[in-house]
Design a protein around this ligand. Structure first.
Ligand code: PLP
Length: 414
């Protein structure tokens, strides 16, 4: 590792000594909650479908019929891998979308009366949170479920909000299965019980869970479930919304008869086939990949906490995804650390990826009433099934060096 002076100056004074990236420093990608590298086997399938020729599944000629067959096969594959059946008329359905954001948006706009009360948790991904805030600004009643200090949704609050005496019952509950920042797994099964006994549909954002923990759609007892391919080594730009038997949805887009008019637009056959392969592989290999990810994630946490006992793993008392760690490096500024680590060729995140560029304080940590020092200094690291122990050991060294340097600098400044 080489250290040098960054030529950048802020307010006329030099900022801080940071590691300069040598050309041959190997890059370590630990931002797998933002997106993952495509699995080469998935890339092969996409390549094969793209090269097979024109593919509009709505066309009535042979090429169109082949494309339709490919999409239908892919949907069957996804359904089987996720524990559901979509072949029965009137049974569960899979709607193809452009990804998690669109699926969440569709669920919040399209399930139940869009003017009726909506319940969401305070730690939802911005695609749910901002949609709920937008609806709230336009007059919809939104009830926000708080979380405890370990980042777990308060089920008691859900139970009290769902059908309060003297008030209108909620028409929809939307809740994530695992948080994208902390990795904390939420009590979805119990939430589904509460929703079911109140007769209110539950939408689950399972974007971060598939490929990390078992997901069985039929057993979830939810009304709708969001997923996306690029979090599990599939292509960016394709995702889905599963709907339980009998759940109706209003379309957000109009103007085409595809997907029973629920989501018009030509289905991207190659991406759909790629997503099916990615989900199939993610579920088939879950046992070994989850074990590997947990070993790597735990090693990173242990080695950093051994070197710096003052570090805090956010949500460490909770059940967490095996892949994710969110670490408060108190005494440093998370944006400076992120930049230092980027220069040291370690990719991580200082907030939700969708807000990269600008990074407001984490609404998740604020909802957990975390100390300000954590909010200021938290970084998220996410491993994948392609991460290695060598990378983790090297990343731990680089993080430790950057932390020591920035902490010293901030001590001087303060
Ligand atoms: N929901 C969660 C929990 C996420 O982590 C993300 C992406 O970070 C999304 C939804 C949005 O998914 P997409 O990037 O496919 O739109």
């Amino acid at each position: 590792m080489v250290f040098g002076r960054i030529p950048t100056v802020v307010d006329g004074s030099e900022v801080v000594r940071l590691p300069l990236r040598k050309k041959n420093v190997s890059a370590i990608y630990l931002d797998n909650n933002a997106t993952t590298a495509i699995d080469p086997r998935v890339a092969d399938v996409i390549d094969e479908v793209l090269r097979a020729g024109p593919a509009n599944p709505s066309s009535q000629h042979a090429a169109g019929r082949r494309a339709r067959e490919r999409v239908d096969q892919a949907l069957e594959t996804i359904a089987a891998a996720l524990g559901t059946k979509i072949s029965t008329p009137g049974g569960p359905r899979l709607i193809l979308t452009s990804g998690g954001t669109e699926s969440n948006h569709m669920a919040l706009h399209g399930i139940g009366d869009p003017k009726g009360p909506l319940i969401v948790s305070e730690i939802e991904h911005p695609s749910v949170r901002a949609t709920a805030q937008h609806q709230q600004a336009n007059g919809r009643e939104v009830r926000w479920i708080p979380v405890d200090r370990d980042g777990v949704i308060h089920l008691d609050a859900l139970a009290s909000m769902i059908d309060p005496p003297g008030e209108q019952a909620a028409v929809l509950v939307s809740m994530m299965s695992a948080n994208n920042e902390t990795g904390v797994i939420q009590p979805i099964q119990q939430a589904a019980e509460i929703c079911r006994s109140a007769g209110v549909p539950l939408h689950v954002d399972a974007t971060q869970s598939i490929g990390k923990v078992p997901v069985d759609l039929d057993a979830l007892n939810a009304a709708a479930v969001t997923f996306t391919a690029h979090k599990l080594h599939g292509p960016v730009g394709i995702g889905g919304l599963w709907l339980a038997s009998g759940v109706k949805i209003q379309p957000v887009f109009h103007g085409g008869s595809q997907q029973l008019e629920s989501r018009p637009g030509t289905e991207p056959v190659a991406l759909v086939a790629g997503m099916a392969t990615a989900i199939q592989l993610a579920t088939a290999e879950l046992g070994s990949s989850a074990k590997l990810m947990r070993q790597l994630r735990d090693s990173l946490e242990q080695s950093l906490c051994r070197k710096h006992p003052e570090l805090v793993v956010v949500g460490q008392n909770s059940n967490r995804l095996p892949s994710t760690t969110s670490i408060a490096l108190s005494g440093t500024d998370r944006q400076s650390m992120l930049m230092a680590l980027d220069l040291a060729a370690v990719a991580c995140s200082s907030g939700a990826a969708c807000s990269s560029g600008s990074s407001p304080p984490s609404h998740v940590l604020l909802a957990m009433h975390a100390p300000q020092a954590w909010v200021d200094s938290v970084l998220r690291f996410g491993v994948s099934k392609f991460s290695t122990m060598d990378e983790i050991l090297l990343a731990s060294e680089r993080i430790s060096i950057a932390y020591n340097r920035l902490r010293r600098f901030e001590d001087v400044e303060n």
